[in-house]
Design a protein around this ligand. Structure first.
Ligand SMILES: Nc1ncnc2c1ncn2[C@@H]1O[C@H](COP(=O)(O)OP(=O)(O)OP(=O)(O)O)[C@@H](O)[C@H]1O
Ligand SMILES: [Mg+2]
Length: 241
């Protein structure tokens, strides 16, 4: 399998503060990485660094062989990054449909799956189809999260970054989103990094796993092997689950 993402010796933070230190990770094309760790260990900072929203002090990030770390944030979507931030960035004053059409980009050359269009997003999330003309302000938390995912998909990214996509959502919505994420990664074959604090549901749909602690990578391996070692998970994440 060819390598899609390669992070080497990455140090990054905010202003003078260094949060991530010496982070190295790689991900093969078509694979999903579960990015785990306790509160405040740097998961969001790593995602934000891939999106170009932090200050990078050292290291390299390559996506499909392109040096991502040299690109300003606004060029990273074109380079293949589809970012769903922890705070769900939708345009609240636009309708669902306008949110999707405002950012849509054509599919990538050589992509095997059909490109993501607003209609393909509606097929994935029927709730959004029913609320096409509703404003962002009129959506529930779960619907806002579905729209945030849809907005990243219509960019036709090479790598989808999901920062705690299940946080604060009702169990029935969590199930719906997990099914959609599984379809996106498994059936559509899109590569993804999924940040979660509650790991089992995400490990079950991921290929690889990485755990951060105080800004450094303290574990990497397959999702299946981490999932099968509850005592290791407890030690790494510090809470019984
Ligand atoms: N904008 C910022 N400016 C300065 N420091 C920040 C900023 N955002 C986060 N930090 C600090 O960086 C560290 C890592 O935070 P980060 O948000 O990456 O953690 P996280 O693993 O995503 O946590 P959580 O699970 O709570 O989302 C923390 O010590 C935090 O206080
Ligand atoms: Mg976070």
């Amino acid at each position: 399998m060819s390598e899609l993402l390669k992070i080497e010796g990455l140090s990054a933070g905010y202003g003078e503060a260094v949060v991530l230190q010496g982070v190295s990770l790689s991900l093969a094309e078509g694979e999903t990485l579960a990015l785990l760790g306790r509160n405040g260990t740097g998961k969001t900072t790593l995602i934000n660094t891939l999106a170009g929203a932090t200050r990078q002090h050292a290291g390299t990030v390559a996506l499909g062989g392109v040096a991502l770390h040299r690109l300003p944030a606004h060029e990273r979507a074109a380079a293949g990054i589809g970012w769903v931030p922890q705070e769900r960035n939708i345009f609240k004053s636009l309708t669902v449909h306008e949110n999707l059409t405002a950012v849509a980009r054509p599919g990538r050359k050589g992509a095997t799956a059909a490109p993501w269009t607003p209609d393909k997003v509606y097929a994935m999330f029927p709730r959004l189809a029913e609320r096409k003309t509703n404003l962002g302000t009129q959506l529930s938390g779960g619907e806002q999260q579905m729209l945030a995912v849809g907005r990243a998909l219509v960019l036709n990214p090479r790598l989808l970054l999901l920062d705690e996509p299940l946080e604060g959502l009702a169990p029935i919505i969590v199930e719906e989103l997990l099914r959609a994420i599984r379809r996106i990664t498994r059936e559509e074959g899109l590569s993804a990094i999924i940040v979660e604090q509650h790991p089992q549901a995400i490990l079950a749909i991921s290929d690889q796993a990485a755990v951060l602690d105080r800004g450094t990578v303290v574990h990497t391996g397959t999702a299946a092997s981490l999932s099968a070692q509850p005592e290791l998970l407890d030690r790494l994440l510090g809470v019984a689950r």
